[in-house]
Ligand binder design. Structure first.
Ligand SMILES: NC(=O)c1ccc[n+]([C@@H]2O[C@H](COP(=O)([O-])OP(=O)(O)OC[C@H]3O[C@@H](n4cnc5c(N)ncnc54)[C@H](OP(=O)(O)O)[C@@H]3O)[C@@H](O)[C@H]2O)c1
Length: 288
């Protein structure tokens, strides 16, 4: 069931994408999860109740993620699987091969969401990659498509391409590093105006802000951890947070977000409109 009132969210809540498909509002990230342990921890995450996995060609762990989906006993339709074009595979031909490799390596009949990982390679390569993704979507190999790490100038380039070519493709999802210390209001506004779902990577800021007084105070107020405060903030902003953990207790902790709410004052304390502090890479600023 798709809904948008965070006070009623559960681990099973989904948003409806512009593609018509649904995306679970909490994802499980697997960046830097080694292939050797990825199946085990992803299986654990699915047992805990996550129904959305965020992988990428560059993470080299699409296959163990798919093994976990198949070992879970869940129907394929119940799990949302994302992967991304490797930044070195930009351009039409390489993206066609990338999609074929994702399908053959995972053994999946379709990928739920295929994102352009980063806006590298120049305009022709970016638009060629989009064309390959939209064709694969029409063929049923991919259900929804989107971008990651795009700056406003990259988003506008893509929007102009879609309009000028009369393409029926839609940007369903955008993925960025998003948290109180990197609010990216310009990008958030651009996407919200167009009903593009925003996914938040590094939602617990890789632990780098755990000692911030505001997180300690809110943690104490709600009887929740600093990580749960950050993830609840992300859900209440309307984002799809993608926490990564290989630690069973944290995998559980990061999914235990639905028995409390941040009020308007709490949300206000986590508002740093002029902050621009990334903990990961930041390809949004690239100009090639
Ligand atoms: N599109 C992109 O360019 C891009 C870039 C970065 C990330 N992502 C996606 O977003 C996901 C999340 O980002 P991320 O992995 O960089 O950062 P993150 O989720 O903010 O942080 C992950 C780190 O924090 C630790 N951690 C997680 N939950 C915790 C908790 N409750 N308490 C204490 N520590 C905790 C993890 O440790 P343990 O694993 O040891 O528990 C890990 O070291 C990635 O896995 C990936 O799917 C996408």
């Amino acid at each position: 069931m798709a809904m948008s009132n965070p006070s009623k969210f559960t681990l099973n809540t989904t948003y409806r994408l512009k593609s018509g498909h649904e995306i679970p509002v909490l994802g499980y990230g697997v960046y830097q999860t080694p292939p050797a342990t990825c199946e085990e921890v992803t299986t654990y995450a699915l047992r805990v109740g996550y129904r959305h996995i965020d992988s990428a060609r560059a993470y080299e762990n699409e296959q163990p993620c798919a093994k976990a989906i198949s070992a879970s006993g869940l129907d394929r339709e119940q799990v949302f699987f994302t992967t991304k074009v490797h930044p070195q595979d930009m351009g039409y031909e390489k993206t066609v091969l990338s999609i074929a490799a994702s399908l053959s390596e995972t053994g999946l009949d379709y990928i739920d969401l295929y994102l352009i990982h980063a806006p590298f390679g120049g305009k022709e390569a970016r638009l060629g990659t989009w064309k390959a993704l939209s064709e694969a979507q029409k063929e049923g190999k991919i259900r929804s498509i989107g971008v990651s790490n795009y700056g406003i100038h990259h988003l506008e380039e893509l929007e102009e391409y879609i309009k000028s070519t009369g393409s029926s493709s839609v940007i369903s999802v955008g993925q960025w590093e998003l948290h109180p210390w990197l609010p990216r209001q310009d990008i958030v506004d651009w996407c919200e105006k167009r009903n593009i779902i925003l996914e938040a990577y590094c939602p617990v800021i890789r632990g780098e802000r755990k000692d911030e007084q505001v997180l300690q105070d809110l943690s104490q107020k709600h009887g929740k951890t600093w990580a749960q405060i950050l993830l609840r903030w992300s859900l209440q902003k309307g984002y799809v947070p993608l926490p990564k953990s290989e630690t069973p207790s944290r995998i559980e902790e990061n999914a235990n977000l639905y028995d409390f709410q941040l009020d308007a004052e709490d949300m206000g304390k986590l508002q740093f409109p002029t902050s621009y502090a990334s903990c990961a890479w930041d390809p949004t600023t690239s100009h090639d």
